[in-house]
Design a protein around this ligand. Structure first.
Ligand SMILES: Nc1ncnc2c1ncn2[C@@H]1O[C@H](COP(=O)(O)OP(=O)(O)O)[C@@H](O)[C@H]1O
Ligand SMILES: [Mg+2]
Length: 260
């Protein structure tokens, strides 16, 4: 069925079928398994193929169990495709890899430790319409004219703060912005309180709550740092600050982070 189940010792890395579909530069990127690696190359040059093969190679060479590998893709579709490619290469040996988008992986961690950030495990994830509805209520409650200061603009301000890993208490003075003459921070705080009250998060919170969780529970962080021997990130150029901080924390123990 798969190479992993045969009796013979595995052939040397450069000769395995895994490497057959790669050019020489790609092979080198796959084989550079330990330590941080950043693969820079243009679109369509085979970066994702390198990342997927590298993951298969780590498993086939038994450097880690599937549950010790974290692989981040940009979309759910890309995660599905990567899982299919892995299965084609090494079969079921890739089951159990933590493979998904930043949001999906952060949600998985957050559900396990929801109590630590004031939620319960079955928290709801709001979509944009839910977010806007909630913000409109908050704007009205603050006696701000929503026609002049639209909820959508406030949502943009809040999302940019969240993308930078900033909770309301961390917004630098002077960074309050123009929205309603600088009242956005106050409404951001109200919004976070309302979300907590109804046991809900938005997409930005998934990463933000992970950062809070890790900052306030070093033991929990340490278990994930020990667990993830290898981290692989596709489309790294699109990573925001919160995602970068999250990756950096998780990679701190083993420092085997590969970004393409
Ligand atoms: N060494 C190779 N030989 C033949 N085809 C390749 C090779 N590397 C990548 N490809 C193919 O080229 C296309 C782009 O590869 P992909 O890994 O998605 O690139 P990138 O992630 O850099 O945009 C895919 O169809 C992939 O299967
Ligand atoms: Mg790609």
């Amino acid at each position: 069925m798969t190479d992993l189940l045969t009796e013979q010792p595995p052939p040397p890395a450069g000769d395995t079928p895994l490497f057959a579909a790669l050019n020489e530069a790609q092979c080198r990127a796959v084989e550079a398994v330990d330590g941080p690696v950043l693969v820079l190359a243009g679109a369509g040059t085979g970066k994702t193929r390198v990342l997927t093969t590298r993951l298969a190679h780590i498993l086939a060479s038994r450097r880690a169990y599937p549950g010790e590998i974290l692989a981040v893709t940009f979309t759910n579709k890309a995660a599905r495709e990567m899982r299919e490619r892995l299965e084609a290469m090494i079969g079921r040996a890739a089951d159990g890899v933590w493979l998904g988008t930043f949001h999906a992986l952060a949600a998985r961690i957050l559900r396990r430790h929801a109590e630590m950030v004031g939620l319960t495990a079955n928290f709801t994830i709001l979509d944009t319409d839910d977010q806007l509805r909630l913000l409109k209520q908050i704007i009205a409650a603050a006696n701000i004219d929503e026609r002049r200061w639209p909820a959508r603009a406030l949502l943009g301000v809040i999302e940019r703060w969240k993308d930078r890993g900033l909770t309301p208490d961390k917004i630098p003075a002077g960074d309050a912005g123009d929205w309603a003459d600088g009242r956005a921070v106050e409404l951001y705080r109200d919004y976070q309180e309302r979300l907590a009250t109804v046991n809900a998060v938005d997409f930005g919170d998934l990463l933000l709550h992970n950062l809070t969780l890790f900052a306030t529970n070093t033991e929990i962080l340490a278990t994930y740092q020990r667990r993830f021997r290898y981290l692989l990130v596709d489309e790294y150029q699109d990573t925001n600050v919160a995602q970068y901080l999250w990756l950096r924390l998780l990679a701190q123990q083993h420092k085997n982070l590969c970004c393409v």
